[in-house]
Design a protein around this ligand. Structure first.
Ligand code: FAD
Length: 469
């Protein structure tokens, strides 16, 4: 069979559609195969709907505190069905935009399940079960971008009403009075924050000693304190044992004979790679024992001409990491010797209240990696804009390598928790990835009054000459 396409991509989530858009912009003739909805997890059951519901919670909090500003507003109520309609409107707009963009770039989209049938010189994928009917798509290069699905716990059968994963939670038409969230990682804590703000009594059950593992401990403490203030019951270091119906609710057993009775159980214990429908075994593309497709720095699998990107490979499961990997694969296909993704230094954002954002080393990981480090921490409590907004909980911590002269030198990590920090991380991201020194960054002017002044102050303090701190 002759090559119809330069590149065939299976999976239309962030990793797959980024590869398609980027490749098409570079002049490649691209086929994109998607079995469900263009935009994948991120757009339909991930980043976008989750952040939309968190914004609803933010609006609720703002109205709750309106009286502090002299604004008379009666106690807020939530009609979650309106929230859902608004959420769906955002998703529909973005889906329309993405579909238009792919069309504009002349990407050929196939609707159906893709099964890889040959990985010889010509790669072929059989597509079936969707609007495109039964077709065979052939190309010179293949990119696997089939993403991930929520992990579940044996014995906890997802029924969409009493036991849910993120997929179902994000489409609930009303919020429960009480919920147990199993898993205190980023997604679980975003859900805990959103539901607690909107009136659900939340219990978080986390097997690890701390919630949001991987987050700087001082930042994680700020989040934990805030959740506790909102009456979230956080149980760490506990294993969930099972569940049973109890007086119209669900009794979840955990730890050493403890239990909690709730209206909804939310499974939030991570996501597993989804190679289930791809037929990779038969096609000779290896899959490891956890279900990930092994790749090298350029996202190449061990089969010549086959790449894998996004949540299906064992890297950070983030949409923007998928975008970056999709672009690496395309640049490799184009023979451009791409810069591999620097996984240590990708940006991380968690949109709970207060928000968390970070990049690079924590103090602990920098020391483990053999650096002598200097740290500087400043709190939002003294920041004018934070006071104006009425959100002074939080901090910025900068980690720098101690230079040969004993002074702080290259910036290794930036950790933030507090108001709007997901929108403030950009400077820290650039500084760390540009290998800027503390002196370089301290010279930058921060606009006044802004939250970002705190980042500037935190860096300036490391030079020994803070302005306000
Ligand atoms: P996916 O988005 O999973 O897309 C894979 C696509 O492949 C799917 O559309 C699927 O239908 C399709 N597919 C699979 N198999 C086949 C086949 N055989 N044939 C045809 N099509 C197939 N990340 C962030 O960066 N920021 C966030 O704030 C964030 N929040 C999140 C919140 C939640 C609740 C969840 C669940 C995830 C969140 N993520 C976030 C993670 C992010 O959604 C994923 O990292 C991202 O979607 C992965 O992109 P992907 O393209 O690899 O896979």
């Amino acid at each position: 069979m002759s090559d119809q396409f330069d590149v065939v991509i299976v999976g239309g989530g962030p990793a797959g559609y980024a590869a398609a858009l980027y490749g098409a912009a570079a002049g490649l003739n691209i086929a994109l195969i998607e079995k469900s909805k263009l935009g994948g997890t991120c757009l339909h059951v991930g980043c976008i709907p989750a952040k939309e519901l968190l914004e609803t919670a933010a609006v609720y909090r703002t109205v709750t505190h309106a009286a502090d500003f002299g604004i008379g507003a009666s106690a807020p109520t939530v009609d979650f069905s309106i929230t859902q309609t608004r959420k769906q409107g955002v998703i529909d707009n973005l889906t329309k935009g993405l579909t238009g963009l792919l069309k504009h770039r002349k990407v050929t989209v196939f609707d159906g399940v893709g099964v890889v049938t040959s990985t010889g010189d010509t790669k072929t994928v059989a597509v079936s079960g969707g609007e495109s009917g039964d077709v065979e798509v052939a190309g010179r290069h293949l990119i696997i971008a089939a993403g991930s699905v929520p992990r579940t716990i044996p014995g906890f059968d997802v029924d969409g009403s009493t036991i849910v994963t993120s997929d179902e939670l994000l489409s609930l038409q009303s919020l429960p009075e009480s919920a147990a969230i199993i898993g205190g990682g980023a997604i679980g804590i975003e859900f805990a924050s959103m539901m607690a703000d909107l009136g659900t009594k939340v219990t978080v059950l986390e097997a690890m000693p701390k919630i949001i593992p991987g987050v700087d401990p001082d930042a994680a403490r700020v989040v934990e304190r805030s959740l506790k203030k909102r009456k979230v019951d956080i149980r760490t270091g506990v294993m969930v044992k099972g569940h049973e119906p109890h007086e119209g609710r669900t009794r979840v057993q955990f730890g050493d004979g403890e239990s909690v009775d709730v209206d909804l159980v939310v499974l939030s214990i991570g996501r597993r790679p989804f190679a289930d429908l791809l037929g990779l075994d038969a096609a000779g593309v290896p899959v490891d024992d956890r279900g990930f497709v092994p790749v090298d720095d350029n996202c190449r699998t061990s089969v010549p001409g086959v790449w894998a990107v996004g949540d299906i490979i064992a890297t950070a499961q983030l949409a923007h990491v998928g975008f970056a990997e999709g672009m690496v694969a395309i640049r490799d296909i184009l023979g451009e010797d791409p810069q591999p993704v620097d996984y240590l230094n990708v940006p991380w954002c968690i949109y709970c209240h207060p928000e968390v954002a970070f990049v690079g080393h924590t103090e602990e990981s920098a020391v483990e990696a053999g650096f002598e480090v200097v740290t500087s921490t400043h709190r939002f409590a003294g920041n004018g804009r934070a006071m104006i907004v009425g959100e002074t909980d939080g901090l910025v911590k900068v980690i720098a390598e101690k230079g040969p002269d004993g002074r702080p030198g290259r910036m290794l990590g930036v950790h933030m928790v507090g108001p709007w920090v997901t929108e403030q991380l950009g400077q820290g991201y650039l500084a760390v990835n540009w290998e800027a020194t503390v002196d370089d960054v301290a010279a930058f002017i921060q606009p006044h009054p802004t939250m970002s002044e705190l980042f500037g102050e935190t860096v300036m303090a490391m030079t020994g000459r803070a302005l306000h701190g």
